[in-house]
Write a protein that binds this ligand. Structure first.
Ligand code: NDP
Length: 324
C-alpha cells in the first residue's frame, strides 16, 4: 500500500552530497527524508582505495566510507527510504499546502517543503565486458582519485575531450608514461590543453585507435594492457599498461528533474554561481548533478552542506546567502 511521507527537507540521492545535506538538515531538526535511488553510495561504491577524503590518515575503501556516511546520517536522525524518485512536480512551485510533490517507483508520495537534488553523475564507459570486470583492478574513470597509485608506472587514458587531456596531464605527475588513445585524428579538447599535451614528453598520443579489449592478468586480476584496433586500417595492436583511465564524458543523473528545474544542454542542473539554489525557489542541487568540473567526493559533500544550510534559511524566511 503506497504511503505518503511529509518532510521539511527531502534529499534525493545517497552519495556524499546527499548524505552531507541530510546530516546538516537532521542536526537542524528538519527531520529529513533521504531517498536513496538505485545505487546507494553513488560513484564511491565502485572505487577501492580512497586517499583524498580528509580525515583518514590511511586509505579507506570507497564502499566503507559511504557506509559510514549512511550510518552517520541515520544516527543524527535522517529517515532513509530505499526508493527511486520517478516523478517530481517542481517547476510550478509547491502546492497550496506549501509542499512539493514527488513520487517514488514504489508508488509512495513524498511531500516536501524543500528538496535537495543530489542524484550525481555517471562516468560514461566504453561498454566492454573486460572494462567492467577490471573496475577494481586498474580501470578507473577518475585520475584525481586513482592516479596516485600509478607512481612510476605506465597508464592509458581513453578519450579526446578536455577531461581526457586534463586527466592525461595530471597523470604525468605520477606515472612515468601516459598513452592517450583517441578514436579520431584530432582532439576535441581546447587548444591550450592540446598544446600542453603535445609538449609533454611523458605523453604519447595514439590516433585513430579504438579499444577492443582491456587485458588483465594475475590473481586477483589486474590490468596489464589494452588491445587496440586502428579505426582507419583495421590493424590490431597491443600496448602494455598498468592502468586504464576512461575519460569519455559523464552523464548527469537528471532523470525526472530534467524539465522541472533549469538545466544546461547536457542535463547538469544550473545553480546560483556561489550557492546551490536552482531556478525553483525551495529546490537546491548539490554534488555532481550540478558540477561538471571538480566531481570530487569532498566537493560534493561541501555543496551538500551548502544546500542544507540554504534550505534551512529558506524555511526560516531568511534570504539566500548568495543574495545578501
Ligand atoms: P566530451 O564529450 O567533450 O569528450 C568526450 C571524448 O571522448 C571525445 O573525444 C569523444 O570522441 C570520446 N568518446 C566518446 N565516446 C567514446 C567511445 N565510446 N569510445 C571512445 N571515445 C569516445 O567530454 P569531456 O568529459 O571531455 O567534457 C565534457 C564537458 O565538460 C565539455 O564541455 C568540456 O569542455 C567540459 N570540461 C571542462 C573542463 C574545464 O573547463 N577545465 C574540464 C573537463 C571537462 P570524439 O571526439 O570522437 O567524439
Amino acid at each position: 500500500m503506497p504511503e505518503i511521507h511529509h518532510t521539511d527537507l527531502l534529499v534525493v540521492g545517497a552519495g556524499p552530497a546527499g548524505y552531507t545535506a541530510a546530516i546538516y538538515a537532521a542536526r537542524a531538526s528538519l527531520k529529513p527524508i533521504l531517498v536513496t535511488g538505485m545505487q546507494p553510495g553513488g560513484q564511491l561504491t565502485i572505487t577501492t582505495d580512497v586517499e583524498n577524503y580528509p580525515g583518514f590518515a590511511t586509505p579507506v575503501q570507497g564502499p566503507w566510507l559511504m557506509e559510514q556516511m549512511r550510518a552517520q546520517a541515520e544516527h543524527v536522525g535522517t529517515q532513509l527510504v530505499y526508493d527511486l524518485i520517478v516523478r517530481a512536480d517542481l517547476k510550478n512551485g509547491p502546492g497550496p499546502d506549501g509542499y512539493f510533490r514527488l513520487v517514488g517507483d514504489s508508488g509512495d508520495e513524498f511531500r516536501a517543503r524543500t528538496v535537495v537534488i543530489a542524484t550525481g553523475a555517471q562516468a560514461k564507459w566504453l561498454g566492454l565486458e573486460s572494462e567492467k570486470r577490471l573496475q577494481r583492478g586498474g580501470v578507473s574513470a577518475c585520475a584525481t582519485c586513482d592516479g596516485f597509485f600509478y607512481r612510476g608506472k605506465t597508464v592509458a587514458v581513453i578519450g579526446g575531450g578536455n577531461t581526457a587531456v586534463e586527466e592525461g596531464l595530471y597523470l604525468t605527475h605520477h606515472a612515468d608514461k601516459v598513452h592517450l588513445i583517441h578514436r579520431r585524428d584530432s582532439l576535441r579538447a581546447e587548444r591550450i590543453l592540446q598544446e600542453r599535451l603535445f609538449s609533454n614528453p611523458k605523453i604519447e598520443v595514439h590516433w585513430n585507435q579504438a579499444v577492443e579489449e582491456i587485458l588483465g592478468s594475475g590473481e586477483p586480476e589486474v590490468v596489464c594492457g589494452v588491445a587496440l584496433k586502428d579505426t582507419q586500417t583495421g590493424a590490431l595492436s597491443k600496448l602494455d599498461v598498468d592502468g586504464v583511465f576512461v575519460a569519455i564524458g559523464h552523464t548527469p543523473n537528471a532523470g525526472p528533474f530534467r524539465h522541472e528545474v533549469a538545466c544546461d544542454s547536457d542535463g547538469y542542473i544550473l545553480t546560483e554561481s556561489s550557492g546551490t539554489e536552482t531556478s525553483v525557489k525551495g529546490v537546491f542541487a548539490a554534488g555532481d548533478i550540478q558540477d561538471r568540473i571538480f566531481r570530487q567526493a569532498v566537493t560534493a559533500a561541501g555543496t551538500g552542506c551548502m544546500a542544507a544550510l540554504e534550505a534551512e534559511r529558506y524555511l526560516s524566511g531568511i534570504p539566500a546567502m548568495t543574495k545578501t
